[in-house]
Design a protein around this ligand. Structure first.
Ligand code: CMP
Length: 391
């Protein structure tokens, strides 16, 4: 029998594309994604059902078999991801083993490994109460498929200063309210407000409005302090909610789909970039999906971004000629290079996924990546020459 690699020379490459979302709108990848998402959700339902004694008593065996099946699929998925790791553009230049080991250290692979951990825990420590808890970690596997989940971490990471300021404000308000209440009513209610830790517990409860009810202020001044504390509580909690909410909304708007490393590495203009440069691009490129007929660029408008076609096709109408651009091409670079108005109207011919590079990031990239600059300028020159010829 021939080895697998000879029968399917590109099998590993193909599997890499399917597993790591190298190509948008890949039918097989989509079916696999849906299957894995359903499996993760089903697994969480199984964990919840198993914790209910009546359900567990009646369907215990069935639930256990289903859970083991899920784990088996997750294990196969994990092994397949490790197998295709050497195809990862980020890991080119490493030995097969080196690439696999490095790949296993990436955040999503750690999550995948954690998804298998509960099974190991259950085998090693059958009576551990931690097992159901760790099984819920499998939900994190969804981060791979959900722009929303994937962006949550980014929002917290980018807003950490503001959030830290909120924690500082909340802590200060809590301490001040506790100190004031301790001074005002400490002697009147020694058992509840007689020392600072008790007063801090009271102020924390009042700020979060989770109670504090049994400690009623008995003086007018005390009631005033309590009222102000409750108001401050609303303010303190509204602030981080607003910060996260706004950041979340902006991130979601920026990304209609998750931009993956493999997706960026497939764009011909970027294939020769090194891994850190591609990783940088993954974080700055916005994802936008447009439906057929959408005018993406209008001739004469000022330029604010350039676009890469991740999937789909567009039509460039210069006035005298119509050119079609497909997956892997880019457009919208000319106005950014020359600071002149857009030279053509670009319309989506089908539902098209675009990677958008904003002008500021484009200019920074020109400085940072001389090869990128050369190639973009070269193509812009050719296009300009073609347009002049057409006139
Ligand atoms: P820009 O002028 O910013 O906006 C319109 C875009 O259409 C332009 O950048 C190019 O990216 C693209 N374009 C213009 N002329 C051609 C052409 N002849 N062939 C392919 N693309 C073109």
């Amino acid at each position: 029998m021939k080895p697998l690699r000879e029968v399917y020379p590109n099998l590993r490459q193909r599997m890499f594309e399917v597993l790591e979302h190298g190509r948008r709108r890949d039918f097989v990848a989509r079916v696999l994604d849906i299957f894995l998402v359903v499996l993760v959700l089903a697994n969480v339902v199984i964990v919840i059902a198993q914790s209910v004694p009546e359900v567990s008593a009646r369907h215990g065996t069935l639930l256990l078999v289903l859970d083991r099946l899920c784990v088996l699929v997750f294990a196969i998925e994990f092994a397949a991801r490790v197998w295709v790791a050497s195809e990862h553009p980020m890991l080119k230049g490493h030995s097969e083993l080196g690439a696999r080991l490095r790949f296993m250290g990436t955040p999503m692979m750690v999550v995948d490994a954690l998804a298998l951990l509960p099974w190991l825990l259950e085998v090693l420590f059958p009576s551990s109460v931690l097992a159901p808890l760790t099984r819920i970690v499998r939900l994190l596997k969804l981060a791979r498929y959900s722009p929303a989940l994937a962006t949550m971490g980014r929002v917290v990471a980018s807003e950490w200063r503001a959030l830290l300021a909120c924690v500082f404000i909340l802590g200060s308000v809590m301490l001040i309210a506790a100190a004031v209440m301790f001074a005002v009513e400490g002697q009147r209610q020694p058992e509840r407000l007689g020392d600072l830790p008790k007063a801090i517990w009271w102020s924390a409860a009042m700020l979060a409005k989770i109670g504090g009810g049994e400690t009623e202020p008995v003086t007018t001044l005390g009631r005033l302090v309590a009222a102000i504390t409750v108001m401050m509580g609303i303010f303190c909690f509204a602030l981080p909610v607003a910060i996260i909410g706004r950041g979340f909304y902006e991130e979601i708007r920026r990304r209609d789909f998750v931009v993956t490393f493999a997706m960026v590495a497939r764009v011909p203009l970027f294939t020769r970039l090194d891994a850190p440069a591609i990783a940088d691009l993954v974080s700055i490129l916005r994802a936008r999906t447009v439906s057929a007929g959408t005018v993406i660029i209008r001739k004469g408008d000022p330029g604010d971004a350039m676009f890469f076609v991740a999937s789909g096709k567009v039509e460039v109408a210069t006035g005298s000629e119509v050119v079609r651009l497909t997956e892997g091409s880019f457009f919208g670079e000319m106005a950014l290079l020359t600071r002149e108005p857009r030279s053509a109207t670009v319309t989506a011919l089908a539902s098209t996924d675009l990677l958008v590079l904003d002008v500021d990031d484009f200019l920074k990239l020109l400085d940072r990546l001389p090869t990128f600059k050369e190639q973009v300028e070269e193509i812009a020159r050719e296009r300009r020459a073609a347009n002049v010829k057409q006139l």
